[in-house]
Design a protein around this ligand. Structure first.
Ligand code: PLP
Length: 393
């Protein structure tokens, strides 16, 4: 639901006119420093010290985060059963084992199930903020601190959201964001990670540019380089994202304003899915909870409602992670974390019935996606449609 237009075009023009698209270059020679500036601004927005912009999207941010933390074979990482499959894939990509845990009624990682899934192999927990809804970070932070685990936030869908007044992405060791086409901010494809830890930042920088050959960009590493991948952001991305960032708070304010209109008008006939922080929720959607899947479906498909059941959203639901369920976790059988000797005793049980509570909650929830640019008249039409559908149930 990002907004985009002339200001992004103007910023792009400046970069193209400079004829310098690579992220590092000499400002005296006209280089725009767009990626560096965006990283500084993004870290300041989220409330961290460092940010790294990545061409490989939220997936690259997660992979670089896990690599920076030194997670690999022999490690379990707890991920929610409701997330884009990339969260689990990132864990597999560094050679570790994703352990799938239930969500709770807020649709985010259930701290009680995290407790049940802990083992002596657990190294990290990844809360995910689906449709911009915060997780129970107080409880998850407490578990991580008590068990000495890393907390990596998958804030791919939660850009700008907050929990108890603090921005999502700033609670864990590393926060990860996506700027792909479905996100609150977008440059088409791309992502970023944030951290307060200089060593983690440097390790992520090394992994995202394994040759660290560009000395003007990475001449101040505090740790020796090791082999990684290549996810460097371009000035094209940086230019668009800097403008996108200026839109963030206005966009969130409009999403929340429209969301509140729905809440005020429909509180007597519809039940909201509880939120860990209604104020900090990005309000990409209004999420309603129903007593049964049948009533959820009747409501979602009623005239003018345009509702979506999260259970129907494909690979956001662990039961549809076919590659994992069918244990194809790698491009090569000898490079497969599921059969790596150090992972053999770990919890790699992946069956469709693993998280029944998640399936039940997702099947009894309806999302109505919010358009931040709806006029009052358009909001009123939708509210009337939702009320009619609710009273007819
Ligand atoms: C929760 C979540 N995590 C990770 C990702 C991966 O982000 P990207 O597609 O930018 O790699 C997405 C993308 O949709 C996502 O929704």
């Amino acid at each position: 639901m990002y907004r985009i237009g002339q200001p992004e075009l103007d910023a792009l023009r400046a970069v193209i006119d400079s004829k310098k698209l690579f992220r590092s270059g000499d400002p005296a020679a006209g280089h725009q420093q767009a990626v560096i500036a965006f990283e500084r601004e993004w870290a300041a927005t989220i409330g961290t010290d460092y940010s790294l912009c990545l061409s490989g999207g939220g997936t690259a941010a997660l992979v670089c985060a896990l690599a920076a933390l030194g997670i690999g074979p022999g490690d379990e990482v707890i991920v929610p059963a409701y997330t884009w499959m990339a969260t689990a894939c990132a864990v597999l990509n560094v050679g570790a084992i994703p352990v799938i845990a239930e969500i709770d009624e807020t649709l985010a990682l259930d701290p009680a199930d995290v407790e049940r899934k802990l083992s002596r192999h657990t190294r990290a927990i990844i809360p995910v903020y689906m449709v911009g809804r915060p997780a129970n970070l107080a409880a998850l932070q407490a578990i991580a601190a008590r068990e000495k685990l890393f907390l990596v936030e998958d804030a791919a869908q939660g850009c700008g959201g907050s929990y108890r007044g603090q921005r999502l992405g700033s609670f864990g060791d590393i926060g990860c964001f996506s700027f792909n086409d479905f996100k609150i901010l977008s440059c088409g494809e791309g992502g970023a990670l944030v951290t307060r830890d200089r060593t983690l930042y440097d390790r992520a920088r090394i992994y995202h540019d394994s040759l660290v050959g560009f000395k003007t960009f990475a001449n101040d590493l505090s740790v020796p380089p090791f082999v990684g991948l290549q996810f460097r952001a371009s000035e094209i991305m940086g230019a668009i994202l800097r403008v996108q960032l200026t839109r963030l708070d206005g966009l969130l304010a409009d999403l929340r304003r429209v969301g509140r209109r729905f809440d005020e008008a429909l509180g007597d006939v519809l039940t909201l899915a509880p939120s860990n922080d209604p104020e900090g929720d990005c309000r990409v959607v209004v999420a309603y909870r129903f007593p049964s899947e049948a009533s959820a479906r009747d409501f979602a498909t009623a005239p003018g409602v345009g509702g979506v059941l999260p259970i129907d959203t494909g690979r956001h639901v662990y039961a549809n992670w076919d590659a994992l369920l069918q244990r194809r976790a790698s491009h090569h059988p000898d490079w497969d974390p599921l059969t790596h000797p150090k992972n053999l005793g770990l919890n790699s049980r992946y069956t469709p019935d693993l998280c029944p509570r998640t399936l039940d909650l997702l099947a009894r929830t309806v999302y109505v996606f919010i358009n931040p640019d709806w006029t009052e008249a358009e909001i009123a039409i939708r509210i009337t449609a939702l009320r009619d559908a609710a009273v007819r149930l």
